[in-house]
Design a protein around this ligand. Structure first.
Ligand SMILES: [Zn+2]
Length: 450
């Protein structure tokens, strides 16, 4: 019976195609295309989509389709990836992510991330009618008792073996990796961290990092490390880690030969590095109520402005002072923080490291969907070009997700994840917020209509 179905289905599909010659599911006509590969903009092209995939790109506009979108004076970019997302309520957060054109996310663990929670997220992400991005994720955090994130977010329920793994010795790592490798994970999440805030704790031993990378490789898995300073970066590099989920806290000096050795090592193994510069901005949000006054910010996010507490403002002031000290900068303006980080990100990008966009959304004042656009604005403020920023959020991100054969750019053969914009994002990256239509898997997605 199984074989019968297998033979009948392709025949039916072929028959269907012959009757509707040159017909497509969806066509976007006369649109300016920014394809995500870093190539220059292509003017007035037609994109044809059939059976979830991009099947033709050309200048001919006399094409029939079940749905036709007039792209005149509009701009098409690939669906965006946020490669650092946490969610405690994925059903609510997914709607907001899709609203802002985030068609793929990467979840590197979190307080709710049990196997069941991951499975529920994957299930909803695999259909096209309820707004939900594609979901990629790691294992639960590999860390040690008393360390981040158990220490930092102690109030959340952390259950060893459920949403977190406390490492005790290197032998145990063999079994743990074998256990998590049964699930459809992209790799292992490991936390190398002595803080992030005082009182500082002892970091995970180097041999734990080495062993995790070694065991993961037996199952074809990579390791995704949380590091937050140069010592931890060096540990990750020495241990053979392939992906870093934050930039924040690290300080690369292009004139330091040791730093260059780390970077060279990362480039040789095709490492990916997530930006998450939004973290500093989110800390400073309570000091800048004007940041909420953006037309494209969802009212539900804008309302947060009304409930900021004095204690949150006080904490933001303390963090602002400590950031000033940490980065050795005189000004306390936001642009000073931004320049400091973006210089490094740009250096790494130009050096050939696969830099990708991520916001660390799910934390306070770091808003699902919206904050990835803020991440892009931070990079532009610091001097990066919109074309490069878009590539970091699309093709580069899909490489990190090991899915650049099917996602990440608008090219023939790839799945049709794309965003139609009313304004040109190359003129100002903030135009990425001028979203007209979001398409995932060739299906037009419904957006929040408040
Ligand atoms: Zn995170």
């Amino acid at each position: 019976m199984k074989y019968l179905i297998y033979f009948i289905v392709p025949t039916l599909l072929l028959g269907c195609r012959n009757n509707l010659e040159s017909d497509y599911d969806l066509v976007i006509k006369n649109v300016d295309l920014i394809d995500g590969t870093g190539n220059p903009i292509q003017k007035a092209v037609t994109i044809a989509i059939d059976d979830k995939k991009i099947v033709a790109i050309g200048s001919e506009s006399d094409v029939n389709a079940r749905t036709v979108i007039d792209g005149t004076d509009k701009f098409l970019i690939p669906g965006l990836f946020d490669c650092h997302v946490h969610t405690g309520d994925f059903k609510g957060d997914f709607v907001n992510l899709i609203h802002y054109g985030i068609t793929s996310i990467f979840v590197p663990g979190g307080s709710r991330c049990t196997n069941e929670y991951y499975a529920a997220m994957r299930l909803i992400s695999k259909q096209d009618s309820i707004p939900a991005p594609r979901v990629f994720h790691t294992s639960q955090h590999f860390t040690m008792e008393g360390r981040h994130p158990a220490k930092t977010y102690g109030s959340f329920n952390r259950e060893n073996g459920e949403n977190i793994f406390y490492l005790k010795d290197t032998i145990q790592i063999e079994n743990l990796v074998k256990q998590v490798a049964q699930y459809p994970i992209l790799g292992i999440k490991i936390t190398i961290e002595d803080g992030p805030t005082p009182p500082f704790v002892e970091r995970i031993p180097q041999k734990f990092v080495n062993k995790t990378v070694k065991e993961a490789s037996k199952y074809g898995l990579e390791v995704y490390a949380h590091v937050s300073d140069n010592i931890e970066l060096e540990m990750a590099v020495k241990g053979g880690v392939q992906n870093l989920v934050h930039y924040t806290g690290v300080n690369i000096d292009p004139n330091n030969s040791l730093h260059l050795k780390w970077i060279e090592n990362l480039r040789e193994k095709d490492a990916s590095w997530v930006t998450t510069l939004m973290i500093d901005k989110s800390f400073l949000y309570p000091l800048h109520p004007e940041w909420f006054d953006v037309e494209e910010m969802l009212p539900k996010y804008q309302k947060i402005k009304e409930v900021i507490e004095p204690s949150q403002i006080e904490r933001a002031k303390i963090i602002a002072e400590s950031l000033k000290k940490e980065y050795g900068i005189e000004e306390s303006t936001f642009i000073a923080f931004v320049n400091h980080h973006v210089e490094d990100v740009k250096f790494l990008y130009d050096y050939g490291i696969n830099m990708v966009l991520g916001s660390d959304t799910g934390n306070e004042f770091n808003f699902h969907g919206y904050s990835l656009h803020e991440e892009m604005q931070i990079l532009e403020l610091g001097g990066m070009k919109p074309l490069d920023i878009i590539k970091m959020g699309t093709l580069n991100a899909s490489k990190m997700m090991k899915s650049d054969d099917t996602l990440g750019s608008i090219e023939v053969g790839k799945l049709a994840d794309m965003i139609l914009l009313d304004k040109n994002p190359l003129e100002s990256i903030s135009n990425s917020l001028s979203i007209n239509t979001v398409i995932k898997n060739g299906t037009i997605q419904s957006r929040v209509s408040e």
